[in-house]
Write a protein that binds this ligand. Structure first.
Ligand code: ZN
Length: 244
């Protein structure tokens, strides 16, 4: 099982969650929302080889935490993964659009200078603006658009720019989400929960709930669940190989 976008540090009992992930043999990308949180979140998974911690600055926090950008620049040299970063065009955040873009451009530039990273991206209601930024930083690494909710046209543009996608049980529970997943190239899809933010049937998703995506993906890909798992693991191996 792979949870490529999970906020381990934001569960009320992160150490228990880490233990359970280890027990379940899960691969987890533990994303952070501010550079200051990276070290502490990383230490939660000390010694757990399959749990990696990414360095982030969430777009919804960009206007409050842009001062931490210097810390980002310092830590990106040590961090193998970047995220959660991106843009949020939701109505509560439109007033911060300029600062979000300048923070994102700074991050993409630093990440590019550091040699490129796998990046977990939030681009809610801001897909085109995100892709516009990305075109200026082609060597920043491989963006994985998490919980993609754009249009089919935006999806095609993202695919042509080399984006990957991490899909969640919550996303596949909607008709729109499902029709987007149908158009994603199978070899560029990974799975995620976005726990503890995301819920399914009012229940907070735990990292191991990611297995709920498998039957849906099997249906979309027209292969059995076992082959679906094999495909996902091979996708993970391929993305890891592409960034040294
Ligand atoms: Zn998230």
């Amino acid at each position: 099982m792979i949870d490529m976008h999970c906020h381990l540090d934001l569960y009320p009992n992160p150490k228990d969650i880490v233990q359970q992930c280890v027990k379940e043999n899960m691969y987890v990308l533990s994303v952070t929302t501010t550079p200051k949180a990276w070290q502490g979140t990383k230490s939660l998974a000390e010694g757990c080889k399959r749990i990696r911690t990414s360095l982030g600055l969430h777009p919804q926090l960009a206007h409050e935490r842009y001062q931490e950008i210097d810390l980002f620049d310092e830590l990106v040299l040590k961090a193998k993964y970047v995220g959660e970063i991106g843009l949020d065009g939701g109505k509560d955040y439109t007033q911060y659009q300029n600062i979000q873009i300048s923070v994102l451009e700074h991050i993409l530039n630093s990440t590019q200078k550091a040699g490129g990273r796998i990046m977990s991206i939030h681009c809610r209601s801001a897909v085109d603006s995100f892709l516009d930024c990305l075109t200026n930083y082609q060597d920043a690494g491989i963006p994985i658009l998490h919980w993609f909710t754009g249009t089919q046209t935006q999806l095609q543009r993202a695919i042509s720019l080399g984006c990957w996608f991490s899909v969640s049980p919550a996303m596949l529970a909607t008709k729109k989400g499902k029709s987007l997943v149908e158009k994603m190239p199978k070899e560029r899809v990974l799975t995620e929960t976005d726990g503890p933010f995301a819920r399914l049937n009012q229940k907070i998703l735990m990292p191991w709930d990611v297995k709920k995506v498998i039957p849906h993906l099997s249906e979309v890909w027209k292969i059995n669940p076992e082959e679906t798992n094999i495909t996902l693991i091979s996708n993970l191996q391929n993305i890891l190989k592409s960034i040294v």
